[in-house]
Design a protein around this ligand. Structure first.
Ligand code: NAD
Ligand code: MLT
Length: 307
């Protein structure tokens, strides 16, 4: 019996070699499918491999009459309808560890770019403007970094921030004061962290509970002149509320890798000079992409061979 595997988002070729080397496996890569096209094809496949772009909705799952496993080459499974998959007996696996380091490094790059206005100064210089007065930054040393979500990435960011001599304060519903102390981090409720932080970085999944958790009320509780970083998921920050908080000068800088709608052609936040941004690049390194592809290949291979 041949197992038919569809790779619907770009994955590292080196990473999927273990899957290619299996017997009786037919792998099709098609990374430009519209939702309708995916719906038309999906019944032909036993396994589906995706990153964050392909939306595996209940409509797609409804049509996936032979699908046995969906593999997400990355952490967040918010692009997969988990309830629909469960109802149809389809296993969902992800690759939670492979991109932790890359996402943490990207977050640090964003924090440092933000604090020293590097993207803005670079843009000005490229436009033949030598602007030394306009781009005065702030030091990170002795500033408080508020970490919302102290899981794998939040913990890695915290330890790097301590290397920058920042004071780290964190909120996570599973964090105890004792664990925080062992990590050299100050524990706080979400309100306490928002109130104390000079920089706030978000590292939670996008869930019903975290959607718009950083909203107008949360911005009100923050320090005047706070800077905010989101390398987790679009939708955790309410973009309208962030826009208003920047206009009112409550927030003086925002670094965004993720957006409520992706990909987009237009987003009014990008018109603000206080906002720096990357197009969902947190996990976009050769190392992370190979790691996550190896992990999902291993899981899909094990499953398809009866493991
Ligand atoms: P993780 O599961 O290790 O950590 C998430 C943490 O968030 C957990 O400790 C959890 O307890 C906490 N959390 C849950 N609900 C919370 C709430 N309401 N308030 C505060 N904390 C809460 O996941 P991770 O590997 O650290 O990844 C975090 C997120 O980062 C992923 O879900 C993914 O969406 C995103 N991510 C983005 C990129 C990127 O390319 N930008 C790359 C990797 C991961
Ligand atoms: C993730 O959740 O792992 C990230 O969104 C990275 C990605 O797949 O681009």
């Amino acid at each position: 019996m041949t197992f038919h595997i569809l790779i619907a988002d770009p994955l590292s070729e080196e990473g999927i070699q273990p899957l290619r080397s299996l017997e009786n496996v037919n792998i099709i890569t098609d990374t430009n499918l519209t939702p309708d096209e995916l719906g038309e094809k999906i019944a032909d496949f036993d396994a589906l491999l995706v990153r964050s772009q392909t939306q595996v909705t209940s409509e797609i799952i409804e049509k996936a009459t032979n699908l046995k496993i969906i593999a997400r080459a990355g952490v967040g499974v918010d692009n997969i309808d988990l309830n629909a998959a469960t109802e149809h007996g389809i296993i969902v696996v992800n690759a939670p560890n492979g991109n932790t380091n890359s996402a943490a490094e990207h977050t640090m790059a964003m924090i440092m770019s933000l604090s020293r206005k590097i993207p803005q100064a670079y843009n000005a210089l490229k436009n033949h403007q030598w602007e030394r007065k306009k781009y005065v930054g702030v030091e990170l040393k002795n500033k408080t970094l508020g970490v919302i979500g102290l899981g794998r990435i939040g913990a890695e960011v915290s330890s790097r921030a301590k290397g920058q001599r920042m004071n780290v304060m964190a909120y996570d519903p599973f964090l105890t004061e004792e664990t925080a102390e062992k990590m050299g981090i100050r524990y706080g409720t979400v309100e306490e962290v928002l109130k104390a932080a000079d920089f706030i970085t978000i590292h939670t999944p996008l869930l019903k509970e975290t959607k718009h958790m950083i909203n107008a009320e949360a911005f009100q509780n923050m320090k005047q002149g706070v800077q905010i970083i989101n390398c987790a998921r679009g939708g955790i920050i309410d973009e309208e509320a962030l826009y208003d908080a920047i206009i009112s000068k409550k927030v003086v800088g925002a670094a965004l890798d993720v957006f409520e709608e992706e990909p987009f052609l237009d987003n009014k936040l990008l018109e603000l000079p206080e906002v720096i941004a990357t197009p969902h690049l947190g996990a976009s390194t050769f190392e992370a992409q190979e790691n996550v592809a190896v992990d999902v290949s291993h899981d899909v291979g094990t499953f398809l061979t009866g493991g």
